[in-house]
Design a protein around this ligand. Structure first.
Ligand SMILES: [Zn+2]
Length: 116
């Protein structure tokens, strides 16, 4: 992969990480280091059925963002290691169009389809 493409991928990933960080903060989630996110902030929810439903929805959203954030961090680490853009399953290069659509992709389309 060309340096130009790597630079573009890095900016996209950093922008995406910033957006995810901001959303997590909007949900009242404190970031501890790079990987651990505390949900303790949510202990203040009232103990009613609605609050429970809201809370579980909140946790689902936060969990999805947490996963996305760790994918982004993993992709940034790969750029540093020079392995970005390679499929983790077959080792082939992931097509640039796919990386543009999903900068944190770790599998090429055919491996992704096989893994379900
Ligand atoms: Zn593959």
């Amino acid at each position: 992969m060309e340096q130009k493409q790597l630079d573009a991928a890095r900016s996209r990933l950093e922008a995406e990480k910033e957006a995810v960080d901001k959303q997590l903060l909007d949900h009242g989630v404190q970031l501890e280091g790079d990987e651990n996110i505390s949900l303790d902030q949510h202990e203040g929810f009232a103990d009613s059925a609605q609050a429970t439903a809201e809370r579980s929805q909140e946790i689902t959203i936060v969990e999805q963002m947490r996963v996305r954030r760790s994918d982004i961090l993993a992709a940034l680490a790969k750029i540093d290691q020079g392995t970005y853009g390679k499929c983790e399953s077959c080792g082939n290069e992931i097509p640039p169009e796919r990386l543009e659509a999903v900068p944190a992709a770790t599998l090429c389309m055919s491996c992704k389809q096989q893994s379900g």
